[in-house]
Design a protein around this ligand. Structure first.
Ligand SMILES: CC(C)(COP(=O)(O)OP(=O)(O)OC[C@H]1O[C@@H](n2cnc3c(N)ncnc32)[C@H](O)[C@@H]1OP(=O)(O)O)[C@@H](O)C(=O)NCCC(=O)NCCS
Length: 168
């Protein structure tokens, strides 16, 4: 399959919005806001890494990384999500390639690690594991996971960018 993983460009914004909306629409856990969230991050300059998967000149997937905030003030934390792949093209490793490339870029930045809320059955393949004791208030501890990179484990709760909850 002719697939390119690359950073987003301005011409991709509309396609990213549309693919994300289509991917999350059937998901029972989705709040329907994921595509708008990416736009809000971009507008606020909070989109640290946005990679798209391009096939035959079309955007067929996207992954977002934003800064995350350790309560002890340590820096270098990031959050993964949203991540989405065109529904008709799911289960072809596109999501995995987007996530692996994003994590490689975090390693290049000497990131401390990456946090997310998602299904452990999917994310454990990338090395994410549960840290229920470090889950921020209001997040589901059973879905809160961390991939430590430059450090063995965080020393404190690592919280998401406030824009995830509509402020900031
Ligand atoms: C999650 C998503 C980005 C994965 O992309 P993808 O290209 O389909 O994933 P890959 O092909 O790399 O991996 C497929 C594997 O992930 C599994 N998988 C996909 N989504 C999953 C989910 N939400 N929970 C658990 N497993 C999931 C598939 O069952 C498959 O498992 P297998 O390798 O054991 O057969 C894509 O399914 C998607 O856009 N889903 C809708 C939006 C969404 O749920 N985003 C994530 C929110 S946490």
């Amino acid at each position: 399959m002719n697939l390119i993983i690359r950073p987003e460009m301005p011409a991709d914004h509309i396609a990213i919005h549309a693919v994300t909306k289509r991917a999350f629409a059937p998901m029972p856990f989705a709040d329907g806001d994921e595509q708008d969230l990416i736009d809000r991050f971009r507008k606020a300059g909070a989109l640290e890494i946005s990679l798209v998967a391009e096939r035959d000149s079309a955007v067929v997937g996207q992954v977002t990384f934003t800064e995350a905030f350790a309560e002890d003030g340590s820096r270098g934390w990031y959050a993964l999500g949203p991540v989405a792949v065109e529904p008709a093209l799911q289960k072809q490793q596109i999501g995995s390639q987007l996530i692996e490339e994003g994590l490689a870029r975090l390693r290049q930045r000497d990131a401390a690690g990456c946090v997310l809320v998602g299904d452990p059955a999917y994310y454990q393949r990338f090395g994410f594991r549960a840290f229920p004791d470090l889950c921020p208030a209001g997040e589901p501890a059973e879905y809160y996971q961390i991939l430590p990179l430059a450090v063995a484990a965080p020393d404190s709760v690592v919280a998401f960018h406030p824009l995830f909850h509509g402020s900031g």
